[in-house]
Design a protein around this ligand. Structure first.
Ligand code: TXA
Ligand code: MG
Length: 345
Protein backbone atom coordinates (compact mmCIF):
# COMPACT_ATOMS: atom_id res chain seq x y z
CA UNK A 1 0.00 0.00 0.00
CA UNK A 2 1.30 3.46 -0.83
CA UNK A 3 0.82 6.08 1.86
CA UNK A 4 -0.23 9.50 0.61
CA UNK A 5 0.52 12.73 2.46
CA UNK A 6 -1.98 15.57 2.49
CA UNK A 7 -0.86 18.91 3.87
CA UNK A 8 -3.66 20.83 5.60
CA UNK A 9 -3.45 24.28 7.18
CA UNK A 10 -4.01 23.74 10.94
CA UNK A 11 -5.33 27.25 11.56
CA UNK A 12 -7.64 27.39 8.57
CA UNK A 13 -8.20 23.84 7.27
CA UNK A 14 -9.06 23.58 3.56
CA UNK A 15 -12.46 21.91 3.60
CA UNK A 16 -12.02 20.18 0.23
CA UNK A 17 -8.97 18.38 1.60
CA UNK A 18 -10.77 17.46 4.83
CA UNK A 19 -13.57 15.96 2.71
CA UNK A 20 -11.07 13.91 0.75
CA UNK A 21 -9.68 12.38 3.96
CA UNK A 22 -13.17 11.92 5.44
CA UNK A 23 -14.20 9.96 2.35
CA UNK A 24 -11.34 7.50 2.93
CA UNK A 25 -12.48 6.97 6.54
CA UNK A 26 -16.03 6.28 5.35
CA UNK A 27 -14.62 3.75 2.87
CA UNK A 28 -13.03 1.80 5.73
CA UNK A 29 -9.50 3.08 5.14
CA UNK A 30 -7.03 4.25 7.82
CA UNK A 31 -5.90 7.85 8.05
CA UNK A 32 -3.37 9.52 10.38
CA UNK A 33 -4.34 13.00 11.55
CA UNK A 34 -3.13 15.60 14.05
CA UNK A 35 -4.89 16.18 17.37
CA UNK A 36 -3.91 18.73 20.03
CA UNK A 37 -2.00 15.98 21.90
CA UNK A 38 -0.27 13.67 19.40
CA UNK A 39 -1.06 12.32 15.92
CA UNK A 40 -3.76 9.65 15.86
CA UNK A 41 -4.34 6.78 13.41
CA UNK A 42 -8.05 6.82 12.64
CA UNK A 43 -10.62 4.36 11.33
CA UNK A 44 -14.40 4.03 11.45
CA UNK A 45 -14.88 2.92 15.09
CA UNK A 46 -18.05 0.98 14.24
CA UNK A 47 -16.55 -0.97 11.34
CA UNK A 48 -14.79 -4.17 12.45
CA UNK A 49 -12.56 -4.68 9.36
CA UNK A 50 -11.50 -1.01 9.38
CA UNK A 51 -10.52 -1.13 13.07
CA UNK A 52 -8.65 -4.37 12.48
CA UNK A 53 -6.41 -2.52 10.00
CA UNK A 54 -5.28 -0.17 12.79
CA UNK A 55 -4.10 -3.05 14.99
CA UNK A 56 -2.27 -4.60 12.04
CA UNK A 57 -0.58 -1.39 10.86
CA UNK A 58 0.63 -0.51 14.37
CA UNK A 59 1.57 -4.03 15.44
CA UNK A 60 -0.70 -3.41 18.43
CA UNK A 61 -1.84 -6.29 20.68
CA UNK A 62 -5.55 -6.92 20.16
CA UNK A 63 -6.37 -6.59 23.88
CA UNK A 64 -5.21 -2.95 24.00
CA UNK A 65 -8.39 -0.90 23.40
CA UNK A 66 -8.72 2.23 21.27
CA UNK A 67 -10.09 5.66 22.09
CA UNK A 68 -13.13 6.72 20.07
CA UNK A 69 -12.98 10.33 18.88
CA UNK A 70 -16.19 12.31 18.40
CA UNK A 71 -16.99 15.85 17.28
CA UNK A 72 -20.27 16.35 19.13
CA UNK A 73 -20.58 15.87 22.91
CA UNK A 74 -23.99 14.25 22.50
CA UNK A 75 -22.44 11.32 20.67
CA UNK A 76 -21.50 9.83 24.05
CA UNK A 77 -25.16 8.87 24.45
CA UNK A 78 -24.87 6.70 21.33
CA UNK A 79 -21.59 5.06 22.29
CA UNK A 80 -21.98 4.67 26.06
CA UNK A 81 -24.60 4.05 28.75
CA UNK A 82 -25.17 4.91 32.44
CA UNK A 83 -23.81 8.43 32.02
CA UNK A 84 -23.54 10.12 35.41
CA UNK A 85 -23.68 13.73 36.52
CA UNK A 86 -19.93 13.63 37.17
CA UNK A 87 -19.37 12.62 33.58
CA UNK A 88 -21.49 15.49 32.35
CA UNK A 89 -19.61 17.91 34.59
CA UNK A 90 -16.25 16.81 33.24
CA UNK A 91 -17.39 16.95 29.65
CA UNK A 92 -18.89 20.39 30.18
CA UNK A 93 -15.64 21.68 31.61
CA UNK A 94 -12.96 19.94 29.52
CA UNK A 95 -14.41 19.04 26.09
CA UNK A 96 -13.25 19.64 23.47
CA UNK A 97 -9.80 18.92 24.87
CA UNK A 98 -7.25 16.32 26.01
CA UNK A 99 -9.50 14.32 28.35
CA UNK A 100 -10.59 10.75 27.60
CA UNK A 101 -13.38 9.21 29.62
CA UNK A 102 -14.05 5.51 30.06
CA UNK A 103 -17.71 4.52 30.32
CA UNK A 104 -19.86 1.39 29.97
CA UNK A 105 -20.14 0.76 26.24
CA UNK A 106 -23.36 0.63 24.26
CA UNK A 107 -24.39 -2.16 21.89
CA UNK A 108 -23.24 -0.41 18.74
CA UNK A 109 -19.56 -0.36 19.69
CA UNK A 110 -17.85 -3.48 18.36
CA UNK A 111 -15.66 -5.44 20.77
CA UNK A 112 -12.62 -5.16 18.51
CA UNK A 113 -12.56 -1.41 19.21
CA UNK A 114 -12.61 -1.89 22.99
CA UNK A 115 -10.15 -4.79 23.10
CA UNK A 116 -13.11 -7.01 24.14
CA UNK A 117 -13.82 -4.92 27.25
CA UNK A 118 -17.39 -3.87 28.04
CA UNK A 119 -16.23 -0.30 28.56
CA UNK A 120 -15.38 2.30 25.93
CA UNK A 121 -12.93 5.23 25.97
CA UNK A 122 -14.19 8.42 24.34
CA UNK A 123 -12.73 11.83 23.67
CA UNK A 124 -13.61 14.99 21.75
CA UNK A 125 -10.43 16.58 20.37
CA UNK A 126 -9.92 20.32 20.15
CA UNK A 127 -7.61 20.38 17.12
CA UNK A 128 -9.48 21.96 14.19
CA UNK A 129 -8.37 19.40 11.61
CA UNK A 130 -9.37 16.51 13.87
CA UNK A 131 -12.71 18.05 14.69
CA UNK A 132 -13.63 18.82 11.08
CA UNK A 133 -12.42 15.44 9.88
CA UNK A 134 -14.67 13.56 12.31
CA UNK A 135 -17.58 15.85 11.50
CA UNK A 136 -17.21 15.43 7.73
CA UNK A 137 -16.70 11.66 8.04
CA UNK A 138 -20.00 11.51 9.95
CA UNK A 139 -18.81 8.54 12.01
CA UNK A 140 -17.05 8.08 15.35
CA UNK A 141 -13.33 7.63 14.71
CA UNK A 142 -11.26 5.10 16.67
CA UNK A 143 -7.69 6.36 16.94
CA UNK A 144 -4.68 5.26 18.93
CA UNK A 145 -1.48 7.30 18.70
CA UNK A 146 -0.09 6.92 15.17
CA UNK A 147 3.24 5.33 16.11
CA UNK A 148 4.41 1.77 15.63
CA UNK A 149 3.54 -0.08 18.88
CA UNK A 150 6.03 0.67 21.65
CA UNK A 151 7.63 3.68 19.92
CA UNK A 152 7.29 7.27 21.17
CA UNK A 153 4.01 8.90 20.09
CA UNK A 154 4.25 11.11 16.99
CA UNK A 155 4.06 14.86 17.33
CA UNK A 156 4.95 15.55 13.69
CA UNK A 157 3.66 14.00 10.45
CA UNK A 158 7.24 12.96 9.73
CA UNK A 159 7.23 10.70 12.81
CA UNK A 160 4.13 8.95 11.49
CA UNK A 161 5.82 8.54 8.12
CA UNK A 162 8.96 7.08 9.74
CA UNK A 163 6.94 4.46 11.63
CA UNK A 164 4.02 3.65 9.34
CA UNK A 165 4.92 4.52 5.74
CA UNK A 166 3.24 2.19 3.27
CA UNK A 167 1.24 0.55 6.07
CA UNK A 168 -1.59 3.13 6.12
CA UNK A 169 -3.63 4.95 3.45
CA UNK A 170 -3.09 8.61 4.27
CA UNK A 171 -1.21 10.96 6.60
CA UNK A 172 -2.64 14.43 7.11
CA UNK A 173 0.25 16.80 7.79
CA UNK A 174 -1.09 19.52 10.06
CA UNK A 175 2.19 20.63 11.62
CA UNK A 176 3.44 19.98 15.15
CA UNK A 177 0.88 18.99 17.79
CA UNK A 178 0.91 21.54 20.58
CA UNK A 179 0.53 19.60 23.85
CA UNK A 180 2.90 16.78 22.93
CA UNK A 181 1.80 14.08 25.41
CA UNK A 182 -1.44 12.14 25.12
CA UNK A 183 -4.80 12.84 26.71
CA UNK A 184 -5.57 12.16 30.36
CA UNK A 185 -7.65 8.97 30.74
CA UNK A 186 -10.18 8.78 33.57
CA UNK A 187 -12.37 5.75 34.23
CA UNK A 188 -15.94 6.71 35.13
CA UNK A 189 -17.44 3.24 34.66
CA UNK A 190 -16.90 2.15 38.26
CA UNK A 191 -18.23 3.41 41.62
CA UNK A 192 -15.52 6.06 41.95
CA UNK A 193 -13.60 8.00 39.30
CA UNK A 194 -10.13 6.59 38.71
CA UNK A 195 -7.21 8.15 36.91
CA UNK A 196 -5.75 5.62 34.46
CA UNK A 197 -3.31 7.79 32.54
CA UNK A 198 -2.11 11.29 33.46
CA UNK A 199 -1.92 13.58 30.44
CA UNK A 200 -2.92 16.88 28.90
CA UNK A 201 -5.47 17.77 31.62
CA UNK A 202 -3.91 17.76 35.08
CA UNK A 203 -5.15 15.67 38.01
CA UNK A 204 -5.39 18.88 40.06
CA UNK A 205 -7.77 20.41 37.47
CA UNK A 206 -9.92 17.29 37.48
CA UNK A 207 -10.04 17.28 41.30
CA UNK A 208 -11.12 20.92 41.30
CA UNK A 209 -14.09 19.97 39.12
CA UNK A 210 -15.28 16.68 40.67
CA UNK A 211 -13.45 16.27 43.99
CA UNK A 212 -11.87 12.97 45.01
CA UNK A 213 -10.32 10.81 42.30
CA UNK A 214 -8.61 7.46 42.89
CA UNK A 215 -5.27 7.04 41.21
CA UNK A 216 -4.58 3.63 39.70
CA UNK A 217 -1.99 1.83 41.89
CA UNK A 218 0.19 1.18 38.86
CA UNK A 219 0.67 4.94 38.42
CA UNK A 220 1.95 5.16 41.99
CA UNK A 221 4.66 2.64 41.26
CA UNK A 222 2.54 -0.49 41.76
CA UNK A 223 3.80 -3.72 40.31
CA UNK A 224 2.77 -5.10 36.94
CA UNK A 225 0.46 -7.62 38.62
CA UNK A 226 -1.77 -4.99 40.24
CA UNK A 227 -5.28 -5.09 38.83
CA UNK A 228 -5.47 -3.62 35.37
CA UNK A 229 -8.17 -1.15 34.53
CA UNK A 230 -6.38 -0.06 31.38
CA UNK A 231 -4.72 -2.79 29.37
CA UNK A 232 -2.35 -0.27 27.79
CA UNK A 233 -0.60 0.03 31.15
CA UNK A 234 1.06 -3.32 30.95
CA UNK A 235 2.92 -2.68 27.72
CA UNK A 236 6.31 -1.03 27.52
CA UNK A 237 5.80 2.28 25.83
CA UNK A 238 7.27 5.38 24.32
CA UNK A 239 10.60 3.70 23.96
CA UNK A 240 13.42 5.06 21.90
CA UNK A 241 15.92 2.50 20.55
CA UNK A 242 18.53 3.99 22.89
CA UNK A 243 18.42 2.91 26.53
CA UNK A 244 16.95 5.67 28.66
CA UNK A 245 18.05 6.09 32.26
CA UNK A 246 15.82 8.34 34.34
CA UNK A 247 17.54 10.07 37.24
CA UNK A 248 15.55 11.68 40.04
CA UNK A 249 16.73 13.76 42.99
CA UNK A 250 17.89 17.25 43.80
CA UNK A 251 19.43 19.23 40.96
CA UNK A 252 22.88 18.93 42.44
CA UNK A 253 22.79 15.20 43.14
CA UNK A 254 21.26 14.47 39.74
CA UNK A 255 23.97 16.45 37.94
CA UNK A 256 26.67 14.67 39.90
CA UNK A 257 25.21 11.29 39.00
CA UNK A 258 24.93 12.28 35.34
CA UNK A 259 28.57 13.30 35.31
CA UNK A 260 29.57 9.88 36.72
CA UNK A 261 27.38 8.02 34.29
CA UNK A 262 28.69 9.94 31.29
CA UNK A 263 32.18 8.81 32.22
CA UNK A 264 31.21 5.21 32.85
CA UNK A 265 29.26 4.78 29.63
CA UNK A 266 31.76 6.64 27.47
CA UNK A 267 34.53 4.38 28.74
CA UNK A 268 32.45 1.45 27.48
CA UNK A 269 32.41 3.03 24.00
CA UNK A 270 28.77 4.16 24.16
CA UNK A 271 27.41 7.30 22.53
CA UNK A 272 25.79 9.15 25.41
CA UNK A 273 23.03 11.77 25.20
CA UNK A 274 21.63 13.92 27.98
CA UNK A 275 18.09 15.24 28.07
CA UNK A 276 18.09 18.25 30.35
CA UNK A 277 15.58 20.75 31.71
CA UNK A 278 18.39 23.00 32.84
CA UNK A 279 19.45 25.67 30.35
CA UNK A 280 22.83 26.11 31.99
CA UNK A 281 23.70 22.40 31.91
CA UNK A 282 27.33 22.23 30.89
CA UNK A 283 28.62 18.69 30.94
CA UNK A 284 30.22 17.00 27.96
CA UNK A 285 28.18 14.21 26.47
CA UNK A 286 27.95 13.30 22.76
CA UNK A 287 24.69 15.24 22.56
CA UNK A 288 22.96 17.45 25.11
CA UNK A 289 19.35 18.32 24.36
CA UNK A 290 17.64 21.03 26.35
CA UNK A 291 13.90 20.30 26.24
CA UNK A 292 12.74 23.43 28.05
CA UNK A 293 12.21 24.26 31.67
CA UNK A 294 8.44 24.88 31.76
CA UNK A 295 6.18 21.80 31.82
CA UNK A 296 4.41 22.95 28.65
CA UNK A 297 7.66 23.10 26.70
CA UNK A 298 8.99 19.83 28.09
CA UNK A 299 5.76 18.02 27.16
CA UNK A 300 5.75 19.55 23.67
CA UNK A 301 9.37 18.51 23.00
CA UNK A 302 9.55 15.18 24.84
CA UNK A 303 8.71 12.56 22.20
CA UNK A 304 10.38 14.49 19.39
CA UNK A 305 13.59 14.62 21.42
CA UNK A 306 13.53 10.87 22.14
CA UNK A 307 13.28 10.25 18.40
CA UNK A 308 16.12 12.70 17.71
CA UNK A 309 18.46 10.78 19.98
CA UNK A 310 17.71 7.67 17.94
CA UNK A 311 18.38 9.38 14.65
CA UNK A 312 21.76 10.51 16.04
CA UNK A 313 22.56 6.87 16.96
CA UNK A 314 22.80 7.51 20.68
CA UNK A 315 23.14 4.36 22.84
CA UNK A 316 22.36 5.78 26.29
CA UNK A 317 20.03 8.67 27.15
CA UNK A 318 20.45 10.19 30.61
CA UNK A 319 17.25 12.05 31.49
CA UNK A 320 16.73 14.42 34.41
CA UNK A 321 13.55 13.79 36.38
CA UNK A 322 11.11 16.61 37.19
CA UNK A 323 8.40 17.26 39.77
CA UNK A 324 5.18 15.25 39.46
CA UNK A 325 2.92 18.26 39.97
CA UNK A 326 0.54 19.43 37.24
CA UNK A 327 1.60 18.37 33.75
CA UNK A 328 4.78 17.00 35.39
CA UNK A 329 2.84 13.86 36.43
CA UNK A 330 2.12 12.99 32.78
CA UNK A 331 5.66 13.80 31.66
CA UNK A 332 7.21 11.64 34.39
CA UNK A 333 4.78 8.82 33.58
CA UNK A 334 5.98 8.81 29.94
CA UNK A 335 9.64 8.99 30.98
CA UNK A 336 9.19 6.14 33.47
CA UNK A 337 7.57 3.97 30.85
CA UNK A 338 10.29 4.75 28.34
CA UNK A 339 13.01 4.04 30.89
CA UNK A 340 15.08 0.91 30.89
CA UNK A 341 16.34 1.89 34.34
CA UNK A 342 15.41 4.43 37.04
CA UNK A 343 17.83 5.83 39.58
CA UNK A 344 16.99 7.88 42.68
CA UNK A 345 19.86 9.89 44.14
O1 TXA B 1 -4.20 11.93 23.20
C1 TXA B 1 -4.61 10.79 22.97
O2 TXA B 1 -5.33 10.17 23.76
C2 TXA B 1 -4.18 10.16 21.63
C3 TXA B 1 -4.83 10.94 20.51
C4 TXA B 1 -4.59 10.33 19.15
O3 TXA B 1 -6.19 11.10 20.76
N1 TXA B 1 -4.56 8.78 21.60
C5 TXA B 1 -3.94 7.82 22.33
O4 TXA B 1 -4.39 6.54 22.10
O5 TXA B 1 -3.04 8.07 23.09
P1 TXA B 1 -3.61 5.24 22.57
O6 TXA B 1 -4.34 4.11 21.96
O7 TXA B 1 -2.18 5.37 22.20
O8 TXA B 1 -3.82 5.19 24.11
C6 TXA B 1 -5.10 4.90 24.63
C7 TXA B 1 -5.01 4.46 26.08
C8 TXA B 1 -4.37 3.11 26.20
O9 TXA B 1 -3.55 3.09 27.34
C9 TXA B 1 -5.58 2.20 26.41
O10 TXA B 1 -5.28 1.03 27.12
C10 TXA B 1 -6.54 3.12 27.16
O11 TXA B 1 -6.34 4.39 26.60
N2 TXA B 1 -7.93 2.69 26.95
C11 TXA B 1 -8.65 2.70 25.82
N3 TXA B 1 -9.86 2.17 26.00
C12 TXA B 1 -9.94 1.83 27.31
C13 TXA B 1 -10.94 1.24 28.13
N4 TXA B 1 -12.14 0.87 27.66
N5 TXA B 1 -10.66 1.03 29.43
C14 TXA B 1 -9.47 1.39 29.95
N6 TXA B 1 -8.48 1.95 29.23
C15 TXA B 1 -8.70 2.16 27.92
MG1 MG C 1 -0.18 5.12 22.20
Amino acid sequence: MQTKILKINPKNPQISKIKQAARLLRQGKIVAFPTETVYGLGANALNHPAVKKIFKAKGRPSDNPLIIHIHDKNDIYLLAKDISEITEKLIGRFWPGPLTIVLKKSQIVPKITTGRLDTVAIRMPKNKIANLLIKEAGIPVAAPSANFAGRPSPTLARHVWDDLKNRIDLIIDGGQTNIGIESTVIDLSGKRPMLLRPGGITLEDLQKTIGKIDVHPFLKGGKLNSVFRSPGMKYRHYSPVAKLILIEGTKQSVNKKISQLINTYKKQQNRVGVMTVDKTFAQKADIVKYVGSSFDKIAANLFKTLREFDSKKIDIILAQGISKKGLGLGIMNRLSKAAYKKIKV
